[in-house]
Design a protein around this ligand. Structure first.
Ligand code: BMA
Length: 333
């Protein structure tokens, strides 16, 4: 016996739960799906589907139990319209779904990939059949975005990940109407040096509201000689002021291990864009793209994630804690 790490997410025995072979029309790969539970309890995945040109569109898959029996739309559900929206010339990627209960509206934050690079676009829907585009809200290069499911002081709040020469960090921005965004601030910086989340991080699924704060799963990208590894970590933000980071995990808590995560178009990648929560309010179904090739499911507990963060994380008390991390950023290499 040797001591082992605490396992927070347990892979489903039917993994991968969705692959290109399940699709009703020819596609190359299916991965990085947004997720939500509809009113009638159906799990809806909005999957990123890549065709053989290399261009991605989004396709809805629905299942009663969120594991199997998927009914996949017979045609692309939401596809690029480059003539009207040139920012979508090379496709739509990595959707994150947020339900706004007050407005009975789903907001989808996705990556629109055009000639200037990937940017953040928003669309709304009530039924995942018709969509209203709000257009590009963060210009390239920016991705890994999701909306909070509530307003703060009358503003919508978006987390996103702009790319800058000095590093890829997680930012937060505000809008009164979903179109006009401002008050941009650095929310969570990538670490530096040898850390698993050095230099490049990004939001994974939308933030999870818990009694201890907003629980945020984020991915860290570790570049190494033969490619990169995408792993997941946790951070907790204040319920009333999501700019305040209360705790940040030190270790990653989920990373590529299985064959379907290590081998594929981009091996060594686990990339969740969505989750659903069971009736007990605690069990979380995490849907993730594996190796940019297929979709897999892992189950965990929100309470266990919070407890883990309590043990593994470091406390960042309010603005002072945040400030300390920001100061570290400005240290010359
Ligand atoms: C990121 C995103 C994801 C992808 C990952 C690994 O930059 O583009 O869509 O899964 O890289 O290739």
């Amino acid at each position: 016996m040797h001591a082992s790490f605490k396992v927070l997410f347990h892979r489903h025995e039917k993994n991968p739960i969705l692959t290109a072979r399940d699709w009703p029309y020819p596609v190359h790969s299916v991965f990085n799906a947004g997720a939500t539970k509809l009113d009638d309890g159906t799990t809806l995945l909005l999957c990123r589907v890549e065709d053989r040109r290399g261009i991605s569109h989004l396709a809805a898959a629905r299942s009663r139990n969120g594991v199997d029996g998927w009914e996949i739309d017979p045609e692309p559900t939401f596809k690029p319209e480059p003539e009207q929206h040139p920012e979508e010339l090379w496709g739509l990627e990595d959707p994150r779904i947020t339900y706004l209960p007050d407005e009975k509206l789903y907001v989808i934050a996705y990556t629109a990939f055009g000639k200037s690079g990937p940017g953040v676009a928003l669309a709304t829907t009530k039924n995942f059949k018709s969509f209203k585009r709000l257009g590009l809200v963060m210009q390239p290069e920016d991705k890994d975005a999701a909306l909070f499911p509530q307003k703060f002081d009358g503003n919508y709040v978006l987390i996103h990940r702009p790319v800058a020469e000095l590093g890829c960090h997680i930012w937060i921005s505000y809008s009164p109407d979903l179109y006009n965004w401002g008050q941009h601030k650095l929310l969570l910086p990538a670490r530096r040096g040898a850390w698993w989340d050095a230099n490049k991080i990004g939001l994974s699924p939308p933030p999870i509201k818990t009694d201890r704060g907003w629980l945020v799963m984020y991915h860290g990208v570790r570049h190494h000689a033969s490619g990169s590894l995408y792993r997941l970590g946790l951070a907790l933000f204040d319920l009333d002021d999501p700019e305040i980071c209360l705790r940040r995990g030190q270790s990653w808590m989920f990373g590529p291990e299985e064959q379907y995560e290590m081998v594929g178009d981009v091996g060594g990648v686990v990339f969740p864009c969505g989750y659903t929560v069971e009736e007990d309010g605690d069990t979380i179904n995490l849907y993730y793209g594996a190796a940019d090739t297929c979709i897999a499911l892992a189950r965990g507990s929100i309470q266990e994630m919070l407890d883990w963060l309590q043990e593994d994380g470091t406390e960042l008390t309010g603005v002072a804690g945040q400030h300390a991390e920001r100061v570290e950023l400005s240290t010359p290499v």
